[in-house]
Design a protein around this ligand. Structure first.
Ligand code: HEC
Ligand code: HEC
Ligand code: HEC
Length: 428
């Protein structure tokens, strides 16, 4: 974060912390009594199953499981611009998990971002989205969580710089940015549309990655789904802001969101991979509703424009020739040597000019794919690609990426590609 912004925030914080009124406001949440020890709550099987499905939609296990660690026991580091926050243990262990939490405490955490003891939780936990879920749906997730295997595992200490290590400050953040009002169904729209919006804005928390954030890390409510970021990746705009050269159809979205691959859009990579692996397990009507909702937000693409984009993509497909391999354009020569075996006219891959990453505002996703390859979602195991982090140095990646932008997109050249390459390599 910029220094001026830090100083400004620090000054605000000092003022807030000095004010008894603010601290009383921030600490107004009661510590809720624990569940009686020795009582394992039980729930109807149907509720537990519904909870499992909804927890999948909410990616609870994705964030609350560290690589190689026990499911839901927490410990995954989440880098934020303010420092690193670790996910917590949400198994029903009484001491280190949520085993002593009543349903009331759990509902409050999901809706207000406050833990059982009344402490504020950081919005790295996307409660600003989960707040839109109905209390019945939250109840089902509670039933599922409380019937999992308890694991003893304390969460690692967060690593946040002053003043962000002061939890009470989140009270101010909530005051500014947390909208707890339930979504009002739009009677003019179909039930599927309303369901789709509910999933996208609520448990699905698509905007947590796909919406831009302001200086204080809050989703900008004036630009929903206009494109955001996640773990060093650009999360492209969706709906009204979708940036794919050929507009998404409902069918293409279903392919992408369930299988992780579509013939006109390519493969789901980076942080989207885990999301797709969860969506693949959802009942099809859930993903259909999400797709219907997103497509309804898109402006109609005239047929000529779609035809033109398809023709451009076909025309720009790479032809593997001796001349290309000997090109004086260093990027083109690298492409011919390292990539054209798979990415060429007549090959098995999607024309690169159809991928959103080539037309994106910056080079991040392309550089991610070149350095780290593609580990595709479970539904598209054959769509994998090797990594080139070891085979190509930073300069070569830069040349390659610059060549690809010119060849596979009509957008202007990217600026600061060398920085993107350096940062992407360093972050891994
Ligand atoms: C994007 C990552 C992410 C996702 C997705 C996520 N969480 Fe979390 N969650 C966190 C982090 C990080 C914390 C710890 C926040 C803190 O320390 O203030 C947390 C904290 C919690 C807490 C508070 C636990 C405690 O001991 O105080 C609960 C309860 C919780 N999450 C439940 C869920 C449920 C249920 C889901 C799925 C519907 C879910 N989370 C999805 C990141 C996530
Ligand atoms: C062994 C085959 C293979 C090689 C070699 C290869 N790729 Fe790929 N690449 C794939 C496959 C498979 C996909 C998944 C998408 C698909 O099927 O079209 C993919 C996806 C991509 C994507 C993402 C497109 C999308 O779907 O969003 C980019 C960008 C890309 N490759 C660039 C490169 C570059 C640059 C090189 C050379 C440095 C390269 N690839 C080398 C097989 C390969
Ligand atoms: C953890 C962050 C994260 C979450 C949560 C997330 N996405 Fe994504 N999504 C991404 C990233 C990053 C990409 C880019 C992947 C790539 O280029 O391979 C992406 C790509 C996509 C794409 C392809 C866009 C394009 O133009 O190529 C679609 C569609 C999509 N996501 C839909 C969704 C929906 C619907 C949800 C909610 C149910 C969702 N995403 C939740 C991070 C996320």
């Amino acid at each position: 974060m910029k220094l001026a912004a830090r100083i400004f925030i620090a000054a605000l914080v000092a003022a807030a912390l000095g004010s008894a009124g603010f601290m009383a406001f921030a600490n107004r949440h009661a510590s809720l009594p624990p569940l009686d020890a020795g009582v394992r709550p039980s729930f109807p099987q149907e509720l537990v199953e519904r909870g499992e499905q909804l927890a999948g939609l909410g990616d609870c296990a994705v964030c609350h499981t560290r690589p190689g660690g026990p499911a839901l026991a927490g410990g995954l580091p989440l880098p934020t611009p303010f420092g690193t926050i670790y996910s917590t243990n949400i198994t029903p262990d009484r001491e280190t998990g949520v085993g002593a939490w009543t349903e009331q405490a759990f509902q409050r955490a999901m809706r207000e971002g406050v833990d059982r003891h009344g402490r504020h939780l950081y919005p790295a936990f996307p409660y600003d989205h989960f707040a839109k879920a109905t209390s019945e749906d939250v109840r089902a997730i509670y039933a599922w969580l409380m019937t999992r295997t308890a694991v003893k595992a304390p969460a690692p200490q967060n690593d946040l710089a002053f003043p962000f290590n002061i939890r009470a400050l989140v009270a101010g953040w909530n005051l500014l940015f947390l909208d707890k009002a339930p979504l009002k169904p739009d009677p003019a729209k179909s039930e599927a549309w309303n369901q789709g919006r509910y999933y996208v804005e609520g448990l699905g928390h698509c905007g947590a990655c796909h919406s831009p954030r302001n200086m204080l890390g809050a989703v900008r409510s004036d630009r929903p789904l206009a494109g955001g970021e996640a773990e060093g990746w650009y999360a492209p705009g969706l709906g009204a802001h979708a940036g794919a050269p050929v507009s998404w159809t409902q069918e293409a979205l279903l392919n992408y969101l369930i299988d992780g691959w579509d013939e006109r859009h390519g493969v789901a990579g980076g942080p989207m991979t885990a999301v797709v692996n969860q969506l693949a397990k959802q009942p099809e009507d859930v993903v259909k509703a999400i797709a219907a909702y997103l497509v309804s937000l898109q402006p109609e693409q005239p047929k000529e424009a779609a035809d033109r984009a398809m023709a451009f993509a076909k025309d720009r497909e790479f032809k593997q020739t001796g001349a290309a391999a000997a090109s004086t354009d260093k990027g083109e020569a690298i492409f011919a040597r390292a990539c054209a075996n798979c990415h060429r006219a007549g090959g098995q891959t999607v024309p690169l000019a159809l991928a959103t990453s080539l037309g994106a505002p910056d080079a991040r996703n392309l550089v991610q794919v070149v350095l780290h390859g593609v580990q595709p979602p479970e539904g598209a195991p054959e769509r994998s690609m090797p990594r080139f982090a070891g085979a190509l140095n930073d300069e070569q990646v830069g040349d390659l990426v610059a060549f690809m932008r010119t060849r596979f997109s009509e957008k202007p050249a990217w600026t600061n590609v060398p920085d993107v390459v350096k940062q992407t390599r360093a972050a891994h």
